[in-house]
Design a protein around this ligand. Sequence first.
Ligand code: FAD
Ligand code: NAD
Length: 563
Amino acid sequence: MESPRRSGPRTPLQAPLRSPPRPADTAPSRPGRVAAPAPCRGSPRPPGLPGPGRMLNVPPGAFPAPSSQQRVAAGGRAKVPLKPGRSLMDWIRLTKSGKDLTGLKGRLIEVTEDELAKHNKKEDCWICIRGLVYNVTPYMEYHPGGEDELMKAAGTDGTDLFDQVHRWVNYESMLKECLVGRMAFKPIAAPRGMVSEKNIPGTSARDLTPSYDWFQTDGLITIVVYTKQKDMNAELVIVDCQDKRLRGEIILADHSYLIELDLDHAVQEGFDVNIAEKVGKVEIVLKKKDNVHWKVLGRPLESHNTFIKRTDRGLFYRKCKLVSKTEVTHDTKLFCLMLPKSTHLQVPTGQHVYLKQVIAGTEVVKPYTPILPSLTLDFKQPSCHDGAHIYLMIKIYSCGLFTQALDRLQIGDYISVSSPEGNFKKSQVQTSEDLFLLAAGTGFTPMVKLLNFALTEVSCLRKVKLIFFNKKEDDILWRNQLEELALKDKRFEVQFVLSEPTKDWGGKQGKISLSLLSECVKRSRKDSKVLICICGPTPFTEQGVECLRDLGYSQEEMHAFTA
Ligand code: FAD
Ligand code: NAD
């Protein structure tokens, strides 16, 4: 038997230290913002400017194409129709054309606040994002949010505004040819939030900050994280180990604790994650490759032992293998992706991931909501929750930038998948008696895991009703499975509504409206506790929320899935 023993002399890693705040240019990459900007042509960069291969402190995602469905942002910010020839693909082409987009002939300069402020017009517009300054003048007409939206940050630091709207947008890759240089003095925006005692109301950060320790046996290395919080579960622990690089992220409410190390020695593929739920202890058990005594756990990496707001942590991507692609309808496919063996990741109900692909040399990122492989399977069957696969139901748009590229992936190809994001909380369902799910098109995807959870784990639910809006009958996703489920579980009911039915359609017709909702969404009892979840194209979601409000449902009784 291997006897656990404490490792040798205490090292910095055994006595975890809070890392100092990151300098502005070393924050981790945000979704889709892994790449540093390509070195500009012309004169060399001034000292301190990021060179090739060095990480920029700049965030993420992909701007939707002109008539993309994502033309209204999460906060309801309307997106504007773009002129023809101003799609994301057109922008990518322009950035590859070799044209001087900054007006500086490839030079990178240091920009003072006064200089930045001078460039505040549509025809001459510079914006600072996380300490780096971009000349966005040529981008104006391509911005999906419109010129006026971009002008709000003209001549100033647009970091906060950008983060509010879509922090996952991959601007560092998208705007790399517009890079003017770095702010000459300190960046206007503070580096993204390290936890400090003063920003956690009513409590001390020291009380909340997790800590870790490690020990070894002849064959194993065990890292123990004391989260100091109860109700830990496997969905809150995301671990990736590639070669000797270990990254363990623990989600604690809206904060994230990170262990990030270059391990002292190699470990075998695969590891165990043990969670003591009640005491909030998480163990990551690695298997040594060689039977040697480790003097230290490893070399701490950039974000090691940090405890910061989740939204301030760049999304981490791992490469997943496409193992199958099956047809769901004429335009929608079920993609099954296999996580690497040395990844522990479970996507929580109601959350999405970001997929990242390089399209025409630019990193493009889009969100997708993992589902279960099927509805009619016994939900508890292990294959659904094996933790090794991610299932995505994706509609392939005939002129979709991202989905066309996705559809070209072959079995065995790899694609980058981020850690999960999203603000849905299962507890919203746990206390409900009536659950209504309003889904349109692929807005059905978050409802899949939600249905599973509701029907298998929430005993107080009396009624679960899916109202599923589609254009035509053959657009309905998993129709048979939904009908079977309704037969199998008496609490579940499904109603299909078509906006472009043929004359043979005997069911409900139309789009989301007050009259339709007043008829279909009704409490099972006068005072029953209700939750209404809604997901689909943004106008659908917005109209739905408005109608529900008019029908007297409160904000707490609704959850809208948005980006
Ligand atoms: P774009 O290049 O953005 O658009 C290209 C063209 O497609 C448009 O010009 C238009 O002709 C056509 N098009 C796009 N949308 C529509 C539409 N609604 N109606 C008609 N034509 C349209 N999608 C899924 O399929 N499955 C998911 O699980 C999923 N989850 C998501 C989760 C979140 C949080 C969000 C915000 C979106 C999700 N989406 C999902 C949508 C997805 O992120 C992409 O927007 C979608 O795949 C289109 O990307 P694209 O680059 O191919 O299309
Ligand atoms: P679609 O174009 O096929 O439309 C499906 C139905 O949505 C229509 O039949 C209609 O009833 C309704 N609809 C469409 N446009 C509408 C409008 N302008 N006003 C009112 N109702 C409208 O849908 P699709 O192509 O499958 O698109 C699904 C949408 O769901 C996409 O926009 C996608 O981004 C979004 N989505 C969001 C999430 C999320 O979590 N936020 C997850 C998955 C999908």
